[in-house]
Design a protein around this ligand. Structure first.
Ligand code: GDP
Ligand code: GDP
Length: 451
């Protein structure tokens, strides 16, 4: 099912850059019709597994006739009218300007689903300036960088949240629904798992083994579907969709591009997935590429499970698992506590444990902590270890709340929080992780200081 999204905002906030990123650089589909649509570009946009029509309203700022404001307004209103949802873009560096407020008013009046994007937020500290964005009345700002391609998975989540009926997994839509019967709102979506790891870690073997096991239990091909990006099947009655990077890589012919390609494919799979299984080779764990993947998992905010494959080759070595867990501790610092599961794709040992760990990780990743519990904890932890004073003034932490899940994202409000040392932020994140049992997931923390 397809839908239309309008990219709205004042000139220069990065609408075209975002449009180009979603639609692709080639712009083969740019529509340059004369007449009313002259100032508008439309194209087929791709974001994760979503495909939709994007409308870009940029380009007007170049026309310097007197009626510019009027035309801009007209274009914006027309685009809003044609859209199922709106991406409202502001410039996180510049903060909210009166023209932003003007455009926000148009958007609010339309009463359509809106995602508020704070663009140019490639360095995290910039997030502080977006505090005032809450005042636009368009919900929580999602920080992105259209130019650097950051925050797209948050945009993906926000868009799905804004338009649940358009973005439901396509497989759910394929079924004809009997007249008059409501769709089951609680229909279980498959858990999306990406299997990533360097070449030869055993990804293909693992996936074949997973599906093969199932086939033994349920008969040939039962419940297994494949599409270009994934394989869907059921594990213990629960739907799972696997994203496999191995197949993509094997199509690559040029040997010396191998490493680069597999990282790019890894990124694609990581973006599709909720849970990432980093598949290590027990005989050479934590190589450079594995670390690159860990970085992606943290950056894209996915849940992590580490599978140590080819365990059949090292199972005899005493202390091997203990050593791996120790070694991994600092490597996994941003996704601390991720389960480490020894497996053998060859024999099938450990695969049930691995899938169990994936479901657990996704639960942690989706967890919501009540504001009351957070603030009780915050008072205690700040009393135990107050933040330092900066140039004679004490940093004050006042209040916190969870603004999002998948991954858990908390906002802390207070004074001078931009002065908070990284060590203190880590203290808070580690405390959150321990107290609220959030192992194996990145934790986001926004610091917000009102003006
Ligand atoms: P539009 O007028 O809203 O369509 O804005 P453009 O897409 O033309 O972007 C305006 C300027 O902002 C250009 O110079 C872009 O290169 C820059 N820009 C766009 N996105 C980003 C971003 O994520 N980070 C930074 N630093 N600059 C960006
Ligand atoms: P991919 O490149 O990550 O897809 O890796 P493959 O699945 O092609 O596996 C690479 C090699 O490792 C093949 O020779 C497999 O037979 C072997 N392999 C995969 N899993 C295991 C395992 O659990 N134990 C052992 N001993 N070998 C394995």
């Amino acid at each position: 099912m397809t839908f239309t999204v309008a990219i709205i905002g004042r000139p220069n906030v990065g609408k075209s850059t975002l449009f180009n990123r979603l639609v692709g650089k080639k712009l083969a589909l740019v529509d340059d019709q004369p007449g009313v649509t002259r100032d508008r570009r439309e194209g087929e946009a791709h974001l994760g597994d979503l495909t939709f029509t994007a409308i870009d309203t940029a380009g007007l700022e170049e026309a310097d006739d007197a009626s510019l404001a009027g035309r801009m307004r007209q274009q914006t209103e027309a685009a809003i009218q044609d859209a199922d949802a709106i991406l409202f873009v502001i410039d996180a560096r510049a903060g909210v300007t009166p023209i932003d407020r003007h455009f926000a008013g148009l958007v609010r009046r339309a009463s359509k689903p809106v995602v508020l994007l704070a663009n140019k937020a490639e360095s995290r500290a910039v997030g502080l300036q977006t505090y005032e964005a809450f005042g636009l009345g368009l919900g929580d700002p999602v920080p992105i960088s259209a130019e650097h391609g950051e925050g797209l998975s948050d945009l993906y989540d926000a868009l799905r949240e804004a338009l649940p009926e358009h973005t439901a997994a396509p497989e759910e839509d394929e079924f004809e629904e009997p007249e008059g019967e409501e769709r089951d709102e609680n229909a279980v979506r498959p858990l999306r798992i990406a299997i990533v790891g360097r070449p030869n870690a055993g990804k293909s073997t693992l996936i074949n083994r997973m599906i093969g096991e199932d086939r033994l239990l349920t008969g040939p091909e039962a419940g297994i579907t494949r599409d270009s990006i994934g394989i869907e099947w059921e594990w213990r009655g629960k739907p799972v969709k696997l994203f496999d990077t191995a197949g993509m890589r094997k199509r690559a012919k040029v040997e010396d591009k191998l490493e680069k390609l597999s990282v790019a494919d890894g990124l694609r799979a990581v973006r599709f997935a909720e849970v990432v299984v980093l598949l290590l080779d027990a005989t050479i764990p934590f190589e450079k590429q594995d670390l690159a993947i860990l970085g992606l998992v943290e950056k894209e905010g996915r849940a992590l499970v580490v599978a140590v494959n080819k365990w059949d080759l090292v199972a005899g070595e005493p202390g091997k698992l203990k050593k791996l867990v120790e070694d991994s501790e600092h490597l996994l610092s941003n996704v601390k506590g991720a389960k480490i599961v020894p497996v053998s794709a060859l024999t099938g040992d450990g695969l049930d444990k691995l899938l169990e760990a994936c479901f657990e990780a996704s639960e942690v990743w989706s967890k919501r902590v009540s504001t009351a519990a957070l603030n009780r904890w915050l008072t205690r932890i700040v009393d135990n270890h107050p933040p330092p004073a900066v140039s004679g003034r004490r940093i004050k932490i006042r209040y916190m709340t969870q603004v999002k899940a998948r991954p858990p994202h908390f906002a802390i409000f207070g004074n001078q929080l931009n002065e908070l040392p990284d060590s203190y932020t880590r203290y808070l994140v580690n405390g959150l992780r321990e107290t609220f049992e959030l192992p194996g997931t990145p934790i986001r923390l926004s610091l917000r200081t009102p003006e």
